[in-house]
Design a protein around this ligand. Structure first.
Ligand code: SF4
Length: 503
């Protein structure tokens, strides 16, 4: 059966990608449970973290089986494929590609040989020292003749899989390899007899531990625990390794924790029903909206979200401003399941393929349109145009994150630096470019405060240019990042900019 590539699943405009998460990971150790189905539903809850490919590996204590393919979780697996994945240990993965293209051979979990068996690995994040790791593999193993690299896998995950092929228990291999990795990683992995999980010392991507009556679950988000009936136990700590086998659960702090959780998880990436570091993502987004209203008030008749990601912040904006909240656009919830390439006529409809205005709601109104972020600006421009065509009297755009000016190297694919609308344009120019009557972004301080996390425990690099894990010199130079750690943001985002009607 032909598989889709997921291209229609996430973006409001064809070809206009929003921020893309790098993956979702899941793992379960539960004797007596149907672990492949638990993993299937766990991945189903993590589908928003990657739509390009999905895979599950299971072990019955003596043999690892893996099944993966391109497409959404619901397209990749059926009853028969899940039935074949027997055992009491499983890991799963949903992928959006960062390092390595969107091809079958890069799908995860990866499988690699070990002296005494096999390792299967699923990774959320992105490593920034892949050249160094590649060189180390060359030194230790020479040209790979087996494993993922030999099969043409070009991802950072394949490099880690190859590095884990050392004598001794897998735990020892992890103790040796994890400190060599730079960047963002949350791993779920397994050999024939145990489930393992590990998180980078910064804890950039989320990873949580849950309890089943007969076992344990690890997952990128608490929403994946909820869907399979696991109760939340705690976050996997930054720098921690977990081992779960028939003896129970063991934890080890492999590296000292230096927390720098991704603030963009709160803004957009994580599901609203997930909790990160004890904070509800939905409540963080609503508070960002309230703060946005305090920072950028405007006289208007109606607050509407850009569906769905702008909804909690729009509700917060309406609560704080006292302006009524309404639904001004309807998003087709099922278009993500269509993998038929649109015809040229359909393609020209652009954003209308996914979003349609409610004319009777927006006509004649002064609108506040709340969105979570602006990357290239094409989506917001199309939304403003569509709302004006539907009769809106004024369109004021409010954004619940600061201007995105810097690329992410820790697992989120925004766009190249040159494509970011806020890289080079001031707020007034951006407002003009979007065709909005006014534009206001929340301040970095306001966004961070809404997460209730200490500012120094968060990564804000895509807004501030302050990268918590030093970038290799060639990577930084290629992106025009001259001084890591220096505040590179301009000062004008604390003003909401009104644009003349003739703009
Ligand atoms: S650069 Fe931005 S998206 Fe990437 S980890 Fe940091 S805050 Fe998150």
């Amino acid at each position: 059966m032909a598989r889709g590539d997921g291209n229609l699943s996430h973006d409001l405009l064809p070809g206009e990608k929003g921020p893309q998460d790098s993956c979702g990971v899941f793992g379960v150790f539960a004797p007596g449970e149907d672990v492949s189905k638990l993993t299937y539903y766990g991945l189903y809850a993590l589908q928003h973290r990657g739509q390009e490919s999905a895979g599950i590996a299971t072990s019955d204590g003596s043999q690892i089986l893996v099944y993966k393919d391109m497409g959404l979780v619901s397209q990749v697996f059926d009853e028969a494929s899940l039935e074949a994945l027997q055992g009491h240990i499983a890991i799963g993965h949903t992928r959006y590609s960062t390092t390595g293209g969107s091809i079958w051979s890069n799908a995860q979990p990866t499988l690699g040989p070990r002296p005494d068996g096999t390792v299967a690995l699923a990774h959320n994040g992105n490593l920034i020292n892949t050249e160094e790791l590649q060189a180390l593999i060359g030194e230790r193993h020479g040209m790979p003749r087996s494993g993922e690299l030999a099969r043409g896998n070009t991802t950072d995950t394949a490099l880690v899989t190859a590095l884990l092929n050392t004598e001794g228990p897998l735990e020892d291999a992890l103790r040796e390899v994890l400190p060599r990795l730079a960047g963002a990683y949350c791993f779920t992995l397994m050999d024939e007899t145990a489930l393992y999980a590990a998180r980078d010392p910064q804890g950039i991507r989320p990873l949580v531990l849950g309890r089943l009556e007969r076992g344990w679950v690890v997952a990128s988000e608490t929403a994946a625990l909820d869907i399979c009936g696991a109760s939340f136990v705690r976050e996997v700590a930054p720098g921690e390794m977990l081992v779960i086998d028939e003896q129970g659960l063991r934890s080890e702090q492999v590296m000292p924790a230096k927390p720098k959780g991704c603030v963009f998880e709160y803004v957009y990436l994580a599901r609203p029903d997930t909790r990160i570091a004890g904070r509800s993502v939905n409540e963080s987004r609503a508070e960002m909206g309230r703060q946005l209203a305090r920072e950028h008030p405007v006289e208007a008749d109606l607050v509407i979200p850009t569906p769905e990601s702008g909804t909690p912040a729009a509700i917060g904006y309406a609560q704080e401003s006292g302006i009524p909240y309404g639904q001004g656009m309807v998003k087709n919830a099922y278009v993500g399941r269509t993998f038929i390439q649109p015809s040229q006529t359909i393609r020209q409809l652009g954003i209308r393929l996914k979003l349609n205005p409610l004319r009777e709601v927006v006509a004649g109104k002064r609108l506040v349109v709340v969105d979570d972020s602006v990357v290239r600006g094409n989506t917001q421009r199309a939304v403003v145009r569509m709302l004006r065509e539907a009769g809106a009297a004024e369109v004021h755009v409010r954004i619940s994150s600061p201007p995105v000016r810097w690329p992410c190297f820790y697992g989120i694919d925004f766009a190249s630096r040159a494509e970011l609308i806020a890289n080079g344009l001031g707020i007034e120019d951006i407002a003009r470019s979007l065709g909005a009557d006014s534009l206001g972004y929340i301040s970095e301080e306001g966004m961070v405060a809404a997460t209730t996390q200490p500012a120094d425990s968060l990564c804000t690099a895509c807004f501030s240019g302050k990268y918590p894990v030093t970038l290799p010199e060639p990577v930084a130079r290629a992106q025009g990042i001259i001084t890591s750690g220096e505040d590179s943001s301009s000062q004008d985002e604390n003003r909401s900019i009104a644009v003349g009607k003739d703009a």
